[in-house]
Design a protein around this ligand. Structure first.
Ligand code: FAD
Length: 464
């Protein structure tokens, strides 16, 4: 590997090699996990390359192939399993200069991989009154390419499920890492070869996503004295066909009063909160439904003053992984898990066993046509052994865990690396220099694909 020779082949493509800046831009949000924080603290690339066009991406990948330089793609670096940490050094491929929205139709949008999701929506709203079906809570920073390559679900998943659901990604343009890099347009089944692969088998340069009707969503926060009542209400909202919502989350006390620093004035001590984004047309009906469930409306953005609305972050920035971020800002010993709770009874069982060691937070999302509890409980972290114990307690009680304290696709990425995906890496990255170390199956072809684990991204199962 020769970085100097690699660099010499890049022409006028912007590069950064000042060590401090390179180290900063070599990092994602791996520090969410105390375990990854320790393991990945010293990982850094040697150079950051920032192509501005598909042709420049091809130039970078051809040079990487010639000089055997590891390439780790990076969007905004908000991934929180260390997906974008350059384990083998080499070059970071920063895609944020490729940020254009290329085409908007009433039902779809095509954008370059580095386009920030909030910016995409601004343009689609203005052009056709549409918005992305769902987005991570890092909407205001994260790139669409990084979401497709490293994310899973988010705000809007109550209606549209996540990236794993067929129809939620329409097309990807991918560049291979070969002597002469190829430009491939993947549609239909081929999308699965690259989606949620952490950039291990191709660089995504364009993404086509479906749109849905956009709304001026109303943020609503509802209080409950009993967290299980909050969960029952949240689940019931998910089952209501006429109540148009984009976000439903339930956070147990003391999360709202302790960690929601700007919203806590609305919450009484001991109150749990349900966070909602409601379409204006559904607000009146939602108020009836909240009353029916004996909830207390703590805040609604449509009746708040201008000053309040300016002071408060959007409610989705209290949800998904932002709930943990809010807590981490107050208490740096907090971490979290990703779980699936089959029912309110399962949530109760886990809370009874773990108590305040596991402040509970669930997102209500649709999955395979059903309303499900995606758990993002916080953990008051003490040791890796205890965390493993907490995972075991979940599994023994019928609650699946997708471990966010692992940086490989298979262990942490909720992803079964199916043979088609591995085969595609052999074709698109024959030297294995794209994001090395993240796909176990590449280094260990005997890796057990068929193990009994539950995978969120399970590939295309044989029909019938
Ligand atoms: P990065 O972090 O830069 O990259 C993510 C992965 O994709 C890496 O493996 C990287 O190598 C690869 N990659 C990036 N760009 C490309 C490309 N063009 N081609 C190929 N590979 C590429 N995730 C969710 O799914 N839902 C959430 O609600 C959510 N909330 C979050 C909240 C917080 C506070 C934080 C810190 C993280 C959250 N995440 C969430 C994780 C993350 O923010 C999202 O997945 C986000 O979409 C990642 O986008 P990014 O541009 O930051 O990607």
């Amino acid at each position: 590997m020769s970085i100097a020779n690699f660099r010499a082949d890049l022409g006028d493509i912007p590069v950064e090699d000042r060590p401090r800046l390179v180290q900063q831009r070599s990092r994602d949000h791996y520090w969410y996990s105390p375990i990854l924080k320790e393991k990945l603290e010293n990982v850094t690339a040697e150079i950051v390359v920032s192509p501005r066009s598909v042709e420049e991406v091809k130039t970078v990948l051809a040079a990487a192939y010639r000089h055997n330089v590891a390439i780790t793609p990076r969007g905004a670096g908000t991934g929180n399993y260390g997906q974008a940490m350059p384990l083998a050094g080499g070059a970071m491929l920063n895609l944020m200069n490729m940020d254009k929205v290329l085409e908007i139709k009433p039902d779809r949008v095509r954008a370059q991989a580095g386009a920030v999701m909030e910016h995409i929506d601004q343009q689609t709203r203005a052009a056709v009154g549409g918005e992305l079906r769902f987005h991570p809570s890092t909407y205001r920073m994260a790139s669409i390419g990084g979401f497709v390559a490293g994310g899973s679900a988010g705000v809007g998943s109550i209606r549209w499920a996540g990236l794993r659901a067929f129809g939620n990604i329409l097309g990807l343009k991918v560049i291979t890492c070969e002597e002469t890099p190829r430009e491939l347009d993947l549609v239909g089944k081929d999308i699965l070869k690259v989606a949620h692969a952490y950039g291990t088998n191709g660089i995504i340069v364009e993404v086509e996503m479906p749109l849905t009707q956009s709304y001026d969503w109303v943020d609503v926060m509802v209080g409950f004295d009993d967290y299980l009542d909050a969960c029952r209400f949240a689940e019931a909202v998910g089952h209501q066909d006429g109540l148009l919502v984009k976000e439903v989350a339930a956070c147990a006390a003391p999360i709202p009063e302790t960690y929601f620093t700007r919203h806590k004035t609305y919450v009484r001590p001991g109150q749990s909160a349900v966070l909602l984004m409601v379409a204006p047309v559904a607000v009146d009906a939602m108020m009836v439904f909240i009353d029916h469930h004996k909830g207390e409306v703590l805040y609604r953005s449509d009746t708040a003053s201008e000053e309040e609305r300016k002071r408060l972050p959007p409610i989705y920035e209290l949800a998904w992984n932002h709930t943990t971020l809010r807590a981490l800002k107050v208490d740096p010993t907090i971490t979290y898990l990703q779980t699936r709770y089959p029912s309110v009874a399962h949530i109760k069982t886990i809370m009874d066993i773990l108590g305040d060691e596991l402040p509970m937070h669930v997102e209500v999302a649709r999955q395979d046509g059903k309303v499900a509890f995606a758990g993002l409980p916080m953990v008051r972290y003490t040791s890796e052994e205890r965390l493993e114990e907490i995972i075991r307690i979940h599994e023994e009680n019928g609650c699946a865990v997708f471990n966010p304290h692992r940086y490989t696709l298979e262990e942490g990425g909720m992803k079964r690396t199916d043979r088609a995906q591995l085969d595609f890496k052999r074709e698109a990255d024959p030297l294995g220099i794209l994001n090395p170390g993240k796909m176990i199956a590449w280094n260990d072809p005997d890796f057990d694909f068929e193990s009994g684990r539950i995978w969120l991204f399970s590939g295309l199962a044989p029909a019938g």
